[in-house]
Ligand binder design. Structure first.
Ligand SMILES: [Zn+2]
Length: 307
């Protein structure tokens, strides 16, 4: 019941102050199992056998390198290949859809203050509603070089022709002084759980937009690890995270999967799931358990200005 009440607060009508709470019990996360591949003494014997079935679907049958300077692993019987992990299209069963997937390390707790990453940009988009943003990083969580990479990722996401500017409504511009419309703020996993920021009443790692403090809060646990629903695609997950949370800053509320098998709306809570049935468990009043499952999508306008 606590979960339901919490998420009701989160899911708000258009232009309501949006605070997606939720954050996650850091599950026990095992490191990715390394693929142990033992390749026996390689020879220049060229087998005409089909490539290993481990070489993904549609393998280039018969395309065996013949250049002796680049010996290919032989498939002859004197070569021992151990079996590599097979993901079977699923994350490990113990990693639920909203849990933090395995991946890189991150600083769990920062200093609770932020610094502006220097840099400004030209306006992007041509819409009548103008917003400025700064890019900020919590003190104590990463290097200046990583700050720069974060800022570049935010800028690139928002300047993309499939982002919010494609709708013709908005113009966005990065600034590094004065008071911006919102501050895109990379924030540590623990700091972001503060009730005055994103909170942690739903035990899932969350980012959020907090209008009161004027910050689009990006959780560094998610920035580092992504989400199960993105199938390991961290780059697209990051674009999604920026577009989704900035979408709240621009006044948009949550959406859900409307077409089974279609692209998820960027305002769907894809960090938690792309399945309406699973989101229904978090928010029974707003999401119908209609069995619709969408495919992950990072963009408000995945086909560009065409919609
Ligand atoms: Zn949200």
């Amino acid at each position: 019941m606590l979960v339901a009440l919490t998420v009701v607060v989160i899911v708000q009508a258009l232009r309501a102050p949006a605070v997606d709470t939720a954050s996650g019990t850091a599950p026990t996360v095992a490191a990715d199992a390394p693929a142990t591949v033992t390749v026996g003494p390689t020879t220049t014997v060229v087998s005409t056998a089909a490539p290993s079935t481990a070489a993904s679907t549609g393998g280039a049958a018969g395309a065996v390198p013949t250049d002796d300077s680049v010996p290919a692993p032989s498939l002859e019987t004197n070569t021992t290949l151990s079996t590599a992990p097979n993901p079977n299209g699923k994350f490990a069963s113990q990693v639920k859809s909203g849990a933090l997937p395995p991946g890189g390390s991150f600083v769990a707790t920062g200093k609770g203050s932020w610094h502006v990453v220097k840099g400004t940009g030209k306006p992007v988009g041509t819409g009548p509603e103008k917003f400025t943003y700064s890019v900020e990083v919590e003190d104590g969580i990463q290097s200046a070089a990583a700050d720069k990479e974060f800022a570049e990722a935010v800028d690139a996401a928002l300047a993309d022709q499939r982002s919010w500017i494609a709708g013709g409504q908005f113009t966005l511009q990065r600034v590094d002084s004065g008071t911006p419309s919102f501050r895109v703020s990379l924030t540590s996993q623990m700091t972001i759980r503060d009730p005055s920021l994103c909170g942690y009443s739903t035990p899932l790692e969350a980012s959020c937009y907090n209008r009161t403090v004027g910050r689009v809060m990006i959780n560094n646990a998610r920035w580092t690890r992504g989400a199960v629903s993105f199938n390991g695609d961290l780059g697209l997950y990051r674009v999604y995270a920026v577009n989704h949370e900035v979408g709240h800053a621009l006044g948009f509320g949550h959406q859900f999967c409307t077409e089974n098998g279609g692209l998820a709306p960027v305002m769907m809570q894809q960090s938690f799931s792309t399945s309406n049935d699973e989101l229904h468990l978090l928010d029974p009043q707003s999401v119908a358990a209609d069995h619709r499952v969408c495919r992950f999508n990072a963009f408000p306008y995945p086909r560009g200005s065409g919609g």
